[in-house]
Design a binder for this molecule. Structure first.
Ligand SMILES: [Zn+2]
Length: 117
């Protein structure tokens, strides 16, 4: 399917051609069209959808159990987080990075960040 942003998009208020721009929201880069007259922003539908999906997961608080397995502790990462990482759930045995960022904060780093800056 051809990208809708390859076509001319008119502002529905001013009837003027919108210009391509990029809107930065956190780690996300959203393709957008902006009206030169009223400043109305039209986001690329795919980029906006990805950003919304991320925010849905981001705002969730997951409760997981810490378990002792041999000499290590394990926690279960909820399926929806892994599925969000697109390529992660295709490579289940992949190594990921972990670091204790603060005394009470443990971070996991997935190698690929979607449209990161
Ligand atoms: Zn306009």
């Amino acid at each position: 399917m051809e990208d809708i942003f390859n076509h001319t998009i008119l502002c529905n208020k001013c009837n003027l051609e919108t210009k391509g721009t990029t809107i930065y929201k956190g780690a996300y880069k959203l393709r957008a069209k902006e009206c030169p007259n009223c400043g109305k922003i039209i986001y690329h539908p795919i980029d906006l959808e990805e950003y919304k999906n991320f925010n849905n997961i981001k705002n969730k608080q997951f409760q997981v159990k810490l378990r002792l397995v041999g000499n290590s502790y394990t926690v279960s990462i909820p399926r929806e987080i892994i599925e969000f990482q697109e390529e992660m759930h295709q490579e289940i045995n992949k190594l990921i990075s972990m670091s204790l960022e603060e005394p009470e904060k443990l971070s996991l780093f997935f190698t690929r960040r979607i449209r990161s800056l």
